[in-house]
Ligand binder design. Sequence first.
Ligand SMILES: [Mn+2]
Length: 323
Amino acid sequence: MIQVIYKQIDEQIQNAQKILLLTDERLDGDTVGATLGMFHILKAMGKQVSVFSPREIPQTLLFLPATDQIIFDQSVFEQDGIDLVMIFDCADGEYIKTLLPKMKRKVPLIVVDHHVTNPKYGYINLIESDSASASGVVWRLVKTLGYPITKNAAQCILTGICTDTDMFLTTSTNAACLDAAHELSRYGARLQEVVRETMMNKSVSALRLWGLAFERLHHNDEFNAIATAITLKDLQELGATQEDLSGLINFLNSMIEGADTVLAYYEREDGSVKGSLRSQTIDVAEIAAKYNGGGHIRASGFQIPNAYLEEKDGKWFVGKKGD
Ligand SMILES: [Mn+2]
């Protein structure tokens, strides 16, 4: 089955001259790594390639080659001659629904993803939910098709695999991830640089924010999870950003003794509260779905609009604005 999809994708890529690649809205190492990995490969194949991202690339990912070529202007969709669109690590495709109609003509959309909740919104859907990262899906695809894997492509793909597995610590880490890392390093990818840039190099305000999150750990009865919470006021007082929270939930999930499930609540600038769930044994995609969220079996999230966080006796709760 997967071979049939690979063949269909290969046909589309071979026949296309001008290809537009899209990241997800939620920018992490995997969506950026997978998208830029494909960018470098398609370039090496002599294709004209553009990369669009709806948001600025996080500081921790700017070391990836070609981040300076990413386009943030939506007018890229109106360009002449685009004959193929590919999107990476994007579970629902909601944000492109308003952008794709801007294109001069309807072109095929290829969805490359690993989210179990992906509704297969593309013309061709390469969804491998057993893969720990979308970058891993890209890796298998390009390797099987014998595409040219440059040093820059290898570095981007390795970054996606490393960040989505939290440096090979998540329960989704399997032999395929380690095999890929091994092979990618032979193509010139540098693991030390990935670890240093994406996990270390944290600012003092980011570390103080993590400290606050540790201080607030408590048991959440609703989710039967070890939980923490960070408000917008916390970010403001510490001079920290939402970006400083990335990696925190994975860190908690792998660090806390005897914690089966962990939950982090974050207030967002759009007035919502985000819940991030991680587990060693429980299907948290199913739990998140009850709150209109989604994700993976062991890593998921949801968003509660018009909400805020409040503390009562050391425990944190979500309040609804206007209630
Ligand atoms: Mn991913």
